[in-house]
Write a protein that binds this ligand. Structure first.
Ligand SMILES: *[C@@H]1O[C@H](CO)[C@@H](O)[C@H](O)[C@H]1NC(C)=O
Ligand SMILES: *[C@@H]1O[C@H](CO)[C@@H](O)[C@H](O)[C@H]1NC(C)=O
Length: 251
């Protein structure tokens, strides 16, 4: 019985220590290719006459460090990480990440560094668990209209397609490649445009990164064009005038 009570007390102690404000882990998720802001605040530690010196790191790597205008970006975060100076002077040490990658997933920790040049100390500020997820969507496109696929990021290397009834995948587009199947693919602003879809354009479109991981999966349904009242009247007129017939269902 005593053992049970002491075990219970231990558990209670662990919970209390574990839940002190500084050690709360923030869990967040970001979609691959988009920006993410990892929250952090040093407002309560700020000394007005000091530019804060902040460090962000993962378990194994340096991510970003800022001391006034001086900054350092870790190798894997080159041109993608920042703690904006104008926010930092106000005590906001949030880490801004651009073009999030699957490999960015993990635990991030921020520290406030203080002390004179030769004796430095640091205070742990915030721990953030970042999950990175892929994009998923269902789209419906009319026959004859254009299908626009978002590539989201320069990480996109390939777009593959699986027709609704088949098990094989065909490569529709490749970065730096010459694959341009029927001349109906066009790329603009990180978007792939598939011109004038037909019934056989229905299926699954998957955007892959260089490791073959799916950045985005879009299931596309192809529908008959919806007729407006105007086109309906025109077609009725032409049907009566020139014996024009068509098999499009009026809706
Ligand atoms: C820091 O700035 C970002 C971007 O403006 C904002 O989203 C966030 O809420 C701010 N955090 C704090 C603690 O003020
Ligand atoms: C898929 O198969 C069904 C019948 O099994 C057929 O009606 C449909 O047209 C096929 N779709 C495509 C895109 O080939």
């Amino acid at each position: 019985m005593d053992n049970w009570i002491s075990a219970f007390m231990m558990l209670w102690l662990i919970i209390c220590v574990g839940s002190s404000p500084l050690s709360v882990v923030v869990h967040m998720s970001s979609k691959v290719g988009l920006p993410a802001v990892l929250p952090c605040s040093v407002a309560s530690h700020l000394e007005s006459d000091h530019t804060p010196h902040i460090q962000w790191q993962t378990i194994s790597y340096s991510v970003f460090e800022r001391m006034g205008q001086e900054q350092f970006q870790g190798e894997a975060y080159r041109n993608r990480a920042d703690v904006p100076e104008e926010l930092l002077v106000r005590g906001n040490c949030s880490l801004f990440l651009q073009d999030v990658r699957f490999s960015d997933a993990g635990i991030y920790e921020s520290y406030l560094v203080y002390g004179e040049s030769n004796i430095k100390n640091r205070i742990f500020i915030q721990s953030v668990h970042l999950a990175v997820i892929d994009h998923k969507a269902i789209k419906s496109v009319e026959i004859g209209a254009d299908l626009i696929l978002d590539l989201y990021t320069h990480q996109a290397e390939q777009v593959i397609f699986q027709n609704g009834n088949e098990t094989d995948w065909t490569v529709l587009w490749e970065k730096d490649g010459v694959i341009n199947k029927k001349g109906y693919l066009k790329k603009r602003d990180n978007k792939l445009i598939i011109r004038r879809v037909t019934a056989s354009s229905a299926g699954t479109y998957t955007v892959l990164d260089s490791e073959g991981l799916a950045l985005s999966t879009v299931k596309v349904k192809v529908t008959e064009p919806v007729l407006t009242k105007e086109t309906e009247t025109l077609q009725m007129q032409s049907a009566s005038g020139k014996l024009y017939t068509n098999n499009v269902n009026f809706t």
